[in-house]
Write a protein that binds this ligand. Sequence first.
Ligand code: ADP
Length: 345
Amino acid sequence: MAGLTITNIHKKFQETKALQGASFNVPVGKITALLGPSGCGKSTLLAIIAGLIEADQGTCAWDGERLQGIPPHKRGFGLMFQDYALFPHKSVGENVAFGLKMLAWGKEATQRRVGEVLALVGLPAYGPREVTTLSGGEQQRVALARSLAPHPKLLMLDEPLGSLDRTLRERLMGELREILSEMGQTALYVTHDQIEAFTVADQVVVMRAGTVAQIGAPQEIYQHPNSPFVARFLGLDNLLPGQARETPEGTLVSTALGEWPLEGTFHGEVTILLRPDQVHLGPGTGHHLRGTLTKSTFSGNMYRVTVDVQGMSLSFDFPASTTNLPAEGEAITLRFDPRAALQIL
Ligand code: ADP
C-alpha cells in the first residue's frame, strides 16, 4: 500500500502497555491526525515511526517496504515538535537552512530552497530577521518551514500548536492545513484536541489505550462515532442504555426516558446516543423530553445547556440567536425526530 502502513504495533515499557496492536495507513498527499487522550500511545507511535525507538512487535512500512533497521536520518521523515526550539542567535534563514546543511546541500540549492519554503509559509522577506523579533505565530511558521525544507516524504507534527494561546492556535490550525494540503504534503499530525484534529486532517485515527478505536474522515467520525468511547471523546455525552426490539413498524428502543423508533435493525441491549445538534427547543411536532434546565453557558456562537430529565443529565447546543431559553432552575421542553437524533453505538 502506498504511504505509511502501520501494522499491529505493540510496545511495552516495563509493565505499561503503551501500544497494543495499533494498525492504520497514512495515505500519500493527505493529512492524517492521530487523536486520543493523553497517555494513549501517540508519542510512542511517532517515536517508532521516526526510528527513535523499536516496537516489540508489528511493522512500519513506506510504500510497502519495511522500515525496520533503517536509521532515523535515512528514513526521509521530518518531525516538528510542540517545543520547536528555533536557534535564538541565528536568523530566520539560517534556522530554515539548518537541516539542509546537515544533509550537505550546496550553498546555492540551500538558498533557493530556503526562499521557497519561506514563501510557502507566507514569510517571503523574513530570511535576514532575527528569530527573537518574531511573534509566536511567525516563529511557528519558521519551524514549519525548517521541517519542510528537506522535502520530507512524511512530516510528523507532535502537538505543534500545544504551547500557543487559543486564539493563535485556532488561526494557525487553518493556516497549517492550507499550507500542507496545498503542497500535497503527506503528514501525520498528533493531537489530543478534537477540534484541532478535525480542522487540520483529511483522515482522523482515534486512539484508545494503545489501539485504534476508529478511522475516518472528520465528518464521518462526528456523524457516526462507532463506540461510546469515541462519542464521549468528541463531546457527545448523551448516552443512554436501552433495549431494542423488532416490531411490524420497525425497530423500537426503550430507555429510562421513553420508547422511540430507530433507523436500522437492532435487537437486545444497546447504547443509544441522543445527538445534541438534533434536539430543538420547545413543544411542536416530534417526540418530547421534559426536564429542568440546570445550567446554561453562553460561548459566543451558541448556548450549551444542561438539562436534568428524570435524574439523568443531558446536554444540548442551541444557536446564540435563541431568545426563549428558560432560566436555570426552570422547566424546559425539548423536541426531536428520533430517526435523526438517535444513533446506536
Ligand atoms: P501520548 O503521547 O498519547 O500522551 P505516550 O505515547 O507518551 O502517550 O505514552 C503511552 C504510555 O506509555 C503512557 O502510559 C506513558 O506513561 C508510557 N510511557 C511512554 N514512554 C515511556 C517510557 N520511556 N518509559 C516508561 N513508560 C513510558
